[in-house]
Write a protein that binds this ligand. Structure first.
Ligand code: ATP
Length: 301
């Protein structure tokens, strides 16, 4: 059975249909990313799944329970990492994590949790002395305190430096190995591409795309960009005939191709026949970010 099942979920705030009839499911152990521009309805959806917000209509089952009526038995099985949790500033990291673990019948060891999120050196530090990125790690430790079967992660790496972000990605990917199901919301498309098994894109309360990052990329009609440095002595009009007209700027050739395999084949064959090298040949399919931007702009129009 799926960990999360949502059918025809709706929720309005007065005239605003924040969630407008969405359906999706998240499998056991899956990392599922909910994407969408500001105001798309992600937070409302996630809060309904967490049991913190009521729904107007639709069926919701999470871990086999209805979050609206699951109460403390339900909350003991989930972990929630919010964007900006308020902390008791005078506590030390270890004190706060230990207090949090005591709230759960089933919990992680506080010291292990602190190690897991990379806050070893800060165990005895007061919360008020932590940096922004260190606070986010503490958020993560607190969300994991009850050894949750399902973890809700709201923009988990906002404010992280690149090294800390990579560390967090490894950590989140490691949780998958433990079997934890994760519902992630993020505005970092690279994060979704790296971590998520499947992504759903919301806009104006509706789901406008759902699939693996690869399926979304393959389903888009955006071109693959082939680029290479124009070989010395070759004029711009001396290039082979390709599925799209190449452009040349600052000595670099760029082809927006809808037939990248055939075009790459023609380019490399053309170069080989002339004994030309092709330094810096690149073949870049559309990124999830480009696909996302195209999708959300298209539906906005
Ligand atoms: P963001 O990426 O900015 O966090 P979101 O996708 O999480 O956005 P929601 O917070 O779910 O979006 O908001 C969806 C819509 O519902 C928005 O139009 C928002 O203004 C409206 N909304 C959200 N909460 C309330 C509320 N408590 N009262 C009235 N309107 C609300």
């Amino acid at each position: 059975m799926a960990t999360i099942e949502v059918r025809d979920l709706t929720r309005a705030y007065g005239p605003v249909r924040a969630v407008d009839g969405i359906s999706f499911s998240v499998g056991d152990g899956e990392i599922f990313a909910l994407l969408g521009p500001n105001g798309a309805g992600k937070t409302t959806t996630v809060e309904i799944l967490e049991g913190y917000r009521t729904r107007d209509a639709g069926d919701v089952s999470v871990l086999g329970m209805d979050p609206a009526t699951g109460g403390s038995a339900y909350r003991a099985r989930i972990g929630v990492v919010l964007q900006s949790a308020g902390f008791e500033e005078e506590f030390t990291v270890h004190e706060l994590v230990r207090l949090q673990t005591r709230l759960y019948p089933r919990c992680h060891d506080p010291a292990e949790l602190i190690t897991l999120v990379g806050l070893d050196g800060k165990s005895g530090a007061r919360v008020k002395h932590l940096s922004g990125g260190q606070r986010r790690r503490l958020d993560l430790a607190l969300g994991l305190a009850g050894a949750p079967e399902l973890l809700f992660l709201d923009e988990p790496t906002t404010g992280f430096d690149p090294a800390a972000r990579h560390h967090a990605w490894e950590l989140i990917a490691g949780l998958r190995k433990l079997g934890t199901t994760i519902l992630l919301t993020t505005h970092y498309l690279e994060e979704a591409q790296r971590l998520a098994d499947r992504v759903a894109v919301m806009r104006d309360g509706r789901l406008i795309a759902l699939g693996t990052p690869e399926e979304l990329r393959a389903g888009s009609d955006l071109p693959t960009v082939i680029g290479f440095d124009l070989p010395a002595g070759v004029p711009a009009d001396g290039l082979p005939t390709l599925s799209a007209r190449p452009s040349v700027a600052l000595g670099r050739v760029r082809v927006e191709s809808h037939d990248p395999l055939a075009d790459t084949w023609r380019i490399t064959g053309w170069a080989r026949d002339r004994g030309l090298g092709l330094p810096d040949l690149t073949v870049a399919p559309p990124s999830l970010e480009e696909v996302y931007l195209a999708l959300t702009e298209e539906t906005a129009r």
